[in-house]
Design a protein around this ligand. Structure first.
Ligand code: HEC
Length: 231
């Protein structure tokens, strides 16, 4: 699905004017602008940013839009993120989202005992904002299923899509995916593929999120079929 160039330009020019133009109806808040080949220097909201927010902020009881109180704006979609007021396009330094994950004060997010975002994750969020906080997505691009290793591919997928809810302090369902042994366990019992493919009998993962891209599912399947090595 591709949206017209017009929407992209309108969104961009609007974003340049002020972050506060979130009510401008010219911005398409729902449909991302999809690029076929991923540009390695661009951060994509749908591919890179939203999964991190779902995993680290939109977990149950937090910014999930359920039972919400004002200071817990939902962060489960582009529209949510832009209407939260936490993001000022082109200005990460003046965006509450970045302040919350970097400033060690009492509003530090995610709150203890959740693990803080890594520097790489924070840098990704900043780059996305400084590139205009667009609702963009890319397809294909980095889909290379020839060399699937645990350290090269699987760790990165888990880091983006799963770790916020399944680490050594936030072990949803008793599952800790921060080390190889935890990942090997769900590979071995079939629940890794079962959950990410939303198979019946499993709770679909990422919890409350969109399914991960097909290419990533293929990479995981190949890694499991090859014996889920710690390579
Ligand atoms: C937003 C938080 C969140 C994210 C992100 C998330 N999970 Fe979960 N996960 C949960 C919760 C909560 C449960 C328990 C669900 C239940 O039992 O109803 C769970 C349960 C599971 C289970 C057991 C489910 C079953 O049916 O036996 C597996 C396996 C799992 N997650 C794997 C993953 C993987 C792999 C990812 C990344 C692709 C992921 N999760 C992302 C919160 C999350």
């Amino acid at each position: 699905m591709k949206t017209t160039k017009f929407v992209g330009i309108a969104a961009l020019s609007c974003a340049i004017v002020v972050a506060g133009c979130k009510h401008n109806t010219l911005i398409d808040l729902t449909n991302p602008t999809v690029t076929v080949d991923c540009d390695p220097d661009t951060v994509y909201f749908q591919n890179d940013v939203l999964p991190l927010l779902i995993s680290n902020c939109a977990m149950s009881g937090c910014h999930d839009g359920i039972g919400r109180i004002d200071e817990k704006a939902p962060l489960s979609s582009y529209e949510d993120v832009m209407s939260s007021g936490y993001v000022k396009a082109f200005d990460a330094n003046d965006s509450k989202l970045i302040e919350a994950v970097t400033d060690g004060g009492e509003d530090f997010m995610p709150p203890s005992p959740n693990e803080p975002l890594s520097n790489a994750q924070i840098a990704l969020l900043e780059k996305w904002i400084n590139q205009g906080a667009r609702n963009n997505a890319c397809e294909g691009g980095d889909c290379d299923t020839t060399a699937v290793t645990y350290s090269g591919k699987i760790v990165k997928i888990i880091d983006t899509y799963c770790l916020g809810c399944h680490n050594s302090t936030t072990t949803s369902s008793g599952i800790d995916l921060s080390s190889y042994s935890g990942v090997a366990d769900i590979a071995a019992d079939g629940s890794f593929l079962g959950t990410i493919m939303f198979e019946s009998g499993y709770v679909g993962m990422p919890y409350n999120g969109n399914p991960i891209p097909d290419c990533k599912i293929d990479e995981i399947r190949i890694w499991i079929e090859n014996g889920y090595l710690n390579d």
